[in-house]
Ligand binder design. Structure first.
Ligand code: FMN
Length: 380
């Protein structure tokens, strides 16, 4: 089966594949720009952008000071413009992922739109006020939900208050990398698994309109994509597989941690954001358990639910500093998010090859159609 295009608002994406936003620094200009260039929707992460362009910001002990510098306007705008440039210029379509839980959410939405973001994707909380910050009709609004109930609450509120509905909705199941939208125990229950929540979210969507439903969490190959399309989804969002690309903006050390991980190393951990998060059990997680992880200082004031480091102290680590360290390639103190499939990444491939694999169903670097040269992936 050839994969159909995906329409989100006024934008048509050639293939129904969204590269999920990944922070800190996993999906910036290079990954997002290249995914859009090869026919998917590339999504820039808006969190921790001060780490990308430290020359724009103020630091204390090597950390961005406060939300103005961690979720930095100039750095984010430069990333969005550079992503568009890589994707083919002004007309290219780029999404921006903005966690609802970050401090300065509304300001970051405005910063993104000013820099040319076409699609705003928001999870980590119900983005009830998103249409207020993004009233421009050409900017498509896409909430991420983990249940039909969450979609209902958003549609009801947006319709009543802003006379607006989502332009698409991402449904994320508990195999996904990073933060989950449901409590720890629910992540293991059958009724919260992706294959069971997608049909329910589609039923809820039908009550409101016909915007696309996009499935996310644990999707690996073309068979998985076809499975979710057969359930009625219009597309998929994938994160972990894109970490295993040359173009991914993560440090080489991050890619090595994921390539060397084993199935049993990928687990749900507690996070100061208030939701469980899926990541790789590394030295940091052992140090958190022993109480020997780096001290919580809250220099960056990154997310509202952490309450200036109060939650961080309870769970034993600062999320901004630890994700920042992963971006900087510090393996001992970094926090490495991954979906439950991370251990299946064995080597890096190019985004072009990965997109082709996903679209044509041919594993990258194995069966190469005659007459078409393919760059081979190399071992780190
Ligand atoms: C390293 C990593 C970081 C992530 N960071 C974010 C983020 O900042 N915001 C967000 O909404 N989702 C984030 N996610 C989730 C992805 O956008 C995507 O929805 C998810 O990874 C899909 O599941 P998969 O990894 O099994 O493909 C992250 C995922 C990974 C693997």
């Amino acid at each position: 089966m050839s994969l159909p295009p995906l329409r989100i608002g006024q934008y048509e994406i050639q293939y129904p594949i969204i590269q999920g936003g990944m922070g800190v620094g996993i999906s910036w200009e290079n990954l997002a720009g290249t995914v859009s260039k090869y026919g998917g929707l590339g999504v820039v992460s808006s969190v921790g952008t001060g780490y990308r362009h430290p020359n724009y910001i103020k630091l204390k002990d090597g950390r961005p000071i406060g939300s103005k510098y961690i979720h930095n306007r100039e750095a984010l705008q430069r990333i969005i413009r550079d992503a568009k440039e890589i994707a083919g210029g002004e007309k290219a379509v780029i999404g921006v992922n903005i966690l609802y839980a970050i401090t300065d959410y509304g300001r970051v939405v405005r910063d993104s739109i000013e820099a040319g973001a076409n699609i705003i994707i928001t999870g980590a909380g119900l983005p009830l006020r998103l249409p207020e910050y993004a009233p421009e009709p050409h900017v498509a609004l896409v909430p991420i939900v983990s249940s039909a109930r969450a979609l209902r609450v958003i549609c009801k509120h947006w319709k009543k208050k802003y006379n607006r509905l989502p332009d698409a909705v991402v449904v994320e199941g508990p195999k996904s990398g990073g933060h989950q939208g449901i409590p720890y125990e629910d992540c293991f229950k059958p009724e919260f698994q992706l294959e069971n929540i997608v049909p329910e979210v589609i039923k809820e969507r039908d009550k409101w309109g016909d915007f696309p439903v996009i499935a996310a969490g644990g999707i690996w190959d073309k068979n998985d994509i076809e499975f979710y399309l057969s359930l009625g989804a219009a597309g998929v969002q994938m994160g972990t597989r894109f970490v295993g690309t040359f173009e991914c903006d993560a440090a080489p050390e991050f890619k090595r941690v994921i390539i060397e991980s084993k199935k049993e190393d990928i687990k749900l951990i507690k996070s100061p954001v208030g939701y469980p998060a899926r990541g790789i059990i590394t030295q940091l997680i052992k140090d958190i358990e022993r109480g020997t992880a780096p001290e919580v200082k809250c220099t960056s004031n990154c997310v509202v639910p952490c309450n200036h480091g109060e939650e961080a102290k309870k769970v034993g680590f600062c999320i901004a500093d630890r994700l920042g360290d992963a971006y900087l390639g510090r393996v001992q103190t970094g926090l490495f998010f991954s979906g439950s499939n991370g251990y299946r990444i064995k080597r890096l491939v190019s985004v072009k090859d990965l997109m082709r694999e996903l679209v044509e169903g041919i594993p990258s670097g194995q069966e190469i159609p005659e007459g078409e040269p393919v760059e081979s992936g190399k071992q780190l």
